[in-house]
Design a protein around this ligand. Structure first.
Ligand code: UDP
Ligand code: MG
Length: 320
């Protein structure tokens, strides 16, 4: 099998309104970069709109296009995983479907990759147009918090928009975990990785599919996937409370010895309430890890494919 020089992988959820423009702009950028030697892999992540019929129409008209229809909505990171499993290019561009990441940067990213001998060129958001202040602030706090927690240095303000070499992708796909925080996993893989600053555009159409709930879920996957610091805090909190309770013990003993023991509803309540809260918090932290351990131990496939439209060029692993 001959690999195409380039695969462009795009996870799509309810992006019907973007797909025609997306296809045209990616095709233009790919052609400018590698001529005819490219494939575009679109993944329909259980969209509720017309994304799949639109993809089928595009795939029927363009031999460069492969479209994968997942069996249901598996979430952004797993949809992306499906596309990365299926694509077969020597270089792989990961990009969002909403055109917030301009495909035209491809040529410059390839030039950077060649000039620096890099395996990964990851796009760093300098500006984010058309996103709410809330999103920008929470994202900025999240990436900085993550950076302090994790042992793997995960680049700040970086999404999944990036160009990768085949060997970096193969390394990435050898990580089997269910809870996938792909931008962190790529950082973990190592090799030579170079930042590429860019200004993030507005969505071409539609609205973000990352409401607060999903952002928090992704943040939990990121923290638990890359750090056991919260578990360490749990033991630190336990140690600190043990030290405090020893002091309290001395205080109680003195009260008993001097006969001034009763009084003190306030202090009793304080101790009960604080200890109760801290215990629940620590149990919750342990529960987060335990739950993930349980999910990983089931070893379910990461996603299921319902249909494929267009030529499958590569070694379709399809996750199961
Ligand atoms: N996406 C997906 N499955 C989901 C949610 C999102 O495949 O369940 C895709 C979406 O179509 C887009 C990318 O993931 O291509 C990023 O999503 P979005 O643009 O909504 O996130 P934001 O840019 O607002 O962080
Ligand atoms: Mg977006």
């Amino acid at each position: 099998m001959k690999r195409p020089a380039l695969s462009v992988v795009v996870p799509c959820y309810n992006e019907a309104a973007c797909l025609d423009v997306l296809h045209a702009r990616i095709s233009g950028a790919a052609r400018a970069a590698v001529g005819d030697d490219y494939e575009i892999v679109l993944i329909n992540d259980g969209s509720r709109d017309d994304s799949w019929p639109v993809m089928q129409r595009l795939a029927a008209a363009d031999p460069h296009l492969v479209a994968i229809n997942l069996s249901r909505n598996h979430g952004h990171q797993l949809a992306l995983t499906a596309g990365l499993d299926l694509c077969s290019g020597e270089q792989i561009l990961i990009i969002d479907a909403d055109l917030q990441d301009p495909p035209e940067l491809l040529s410059d990213m390839r030039a950077t990759m060649a000039a620096q001998g890099a395996d990964v060129v990851y796009a760093v958001r300098r500006k984010r147009a058309g996103e709410t202040l809330f999103k920008k602030v929470t994202a900025a706090i999240f990436y900085r918090m993550l950076d302090r927690l994790t042992d793997t240095p995960i680049p700040l303000d970086t999404g999944d928009f990036r160009l990768m070499s085949r060997r970096a992708l193969d390394a990435l796909q050898s990580l089997p975990e269910q809870a996938r925080f792909i931008r962190g996993m790529v950082a973990w893989v190592g090799f030579r990785q170079i930042p590429f600053p860019y200004d993030r555009a507005e969505r071409h159409a539609g609205e973000t599919h990352y409401p607060l709930g999903k952002m928090i879920a992704l943040a939990f996957d990121a923290v638990t996937g890359f750090s056991t610091a919260p578990l360490r805090w749990a033991s630190h909190i336990g140690l600190a409370l043990t030290a405090a309770s020893l002091l309290l013990l001395v205080y109680i003993a003195i009260g008993w010895l001097t006969g001034s023991a009763v009084q003190g509803w306030t202090s009793t309540m304080l101790v009960t309430v604080v200890l109760g809260a801290v215990q629940m918090l620590v149990l919750g932290m342990i529960g987060e890890y335990l739950g993930r351990l349980y999910i990983e131990s089931k070893r379910r496939p990461l996603y299921l494919v319902a249909d494929i439209a267009g030529p499958v060029q590569g070694h379709a692993r399809l996750g199961y």
